[in-house]
Design a binder for this molecule. Structure first.
Ligand code: SF4
Length: 360
């Protein structure tokens, strides 16, 4: 009997890791087509109007993957509206006539339980050893993606030859997808970082620095935020972000300890967990400020309650601590010109403020 044809939602380049995990479990994988205007159009047309925007992008991915033959959809679930995504998306896809099975993967639970659960639903006969190997390869690919991303965001705004950094990055991602062992991934990562480090840069000793915080999907899926990180970087800014997939997995392993730690690190700016990644948004913004960053960008999906909660704390934080925060609400109507104008104004303001001419 043929095995399942598995698909999953896009989230930046992490499809490379998801694919490695599913293939390591012996599944055939259908990677959804790259995010496009069609993905968005399909997702928005068939979703409830006021559902949060990651739902719409995910649904667009699932429809496009189902058109390519995917019959099994892995959808993570979490503690907020994320908990209902899979049921509602399944009902919508059934109404549209797609015969697909949804596998709900509880992203909020212990990673080992998560993997055992995923194995029982996707590949019940697969030995634990094989599952462990598959996860380790997928995780290592995720770590390699993050290591290159950190370098790119910090240096993209200072390259001497326009396009050189992203050419190397694109080749790295293609080769990473093809890598089949951790040793291959490690060698590729080392060679890529060496190649990047050898590029000539025009970078000042003390560049403007901006930290990115917010809801995980719109932070990590550049299509949903119109590539705002790179737009900021191209204004000659070093961009940092702590939220990466491998950090999320590490934090999930820590469970409640991570949340308590965030509340402590916020130095009183939040006293209770705000839900999902709201607490993290405030605590990280505060830490960026303590490290002398020039500004913070907060990204949230339209209507996302945990990040609306974080916004209230961040607005007060920005007012009282004089740290500039750019608030961006991402929805399906996000316009390129609007984002480009706001980013340019924000970066200009940071540069003028650096010279001591204005306050936040
Ligand atoms: S974190 Fe916000 S955007 Fe994401 S599922 Fe929850 S409510 Fe929706």
């Amino acid at each position: 009997m043929p095995g399942p044809k598995v698909t999953f939602p896009h989230m930046g380049p992490y499809w490379i890791g998801f694919k490695a995990l599913a293939q390591g479990l012996g599944c055939e994988v259908v990677v959804p087509p790259p995010m496009s205007a069609r993905t968005l159009e399909l997702g928005a047309r068939h979703s409830p109007e006021f559902v949060c925007v990651p739902f719409k992008y995910n649904l667009g991915n699932f429809i496009e993957a189902a058109e390519l033959g995917a019959d099994t959809i892995v959808q993570a679930i979490g503690g907020c509206r994320f908990g209902y995504y899979a049921e509602v998306q399944q009902a919508i896809m059934e109404d549209l006539g797609y015969r697909v099975r949804f596998v709900r993967a509880d992203a909020g639970r212990n990673v080992f339980d998560f993997l055992r659960d995923l194995r029982s639903k996707l590949a019940p006969g697969v030995p634990l050893r094989q599952m462990k190997r598959a996860f380790e390869l997928a995780f290592r690919k995720g770590e390699a993606i993050d290591a290159v991303l950190v370098w790119v965001l910090a240096n993209l705004g200072f390259e001497r030859e326009p396009g050189a950094i992203e050419r190397i990055e694109a080749r790295f991602l293609r080769e990473l997808d093809a890598a089949s062992t951790r040793a291959e991934v490690d060698a590729l990562l080392a060679a890529t970082l060496d190649e990047l480090a050898a590029l000539p840069l025009d970078k000042p000793g003390d560049p403007l620095r901006v930290g990115i915080v917010g809801e995980l999907y719109v932070v990590m899926e550049p299509f949903s935020n119109l590539g705002i990180e790179r737009q900021i970087a191209r204004h000659g800014v070093e961009v940092h972000r702590e939220m990466t997939l491998t950090n999320l997995i590490r934090h999930a392993l820590e469970g409640d300890r991570h949340i308590r730690d965030l509340v402590r690190r916020s130095d009183g700016w939040v006293r209770y967990h705000l839900g999902s990644h709201g607490t993290e948004s405030v605590a990280l913004a505060h830490e960026y400020a303590k490290r002398g960053f020039d500004g913070v960008v907060h990204l949230k999906p339209f209507g996302c309650m945990p990040e609306v909660n974080a916004m209230a704390a961040l607005q007060r934080y920005s007012r009282e601590s004089e740290v500039p925060v750019l608030f961006v609400s991402c929805d399906t109507q996000l316009a390129e010109t609007g984002i480009a104008t706001r980013v340019e104004a924000f970066c200009d303001m940071l540069a003028i403020r650096r010279k001591g001419a204005i306050h936040a």
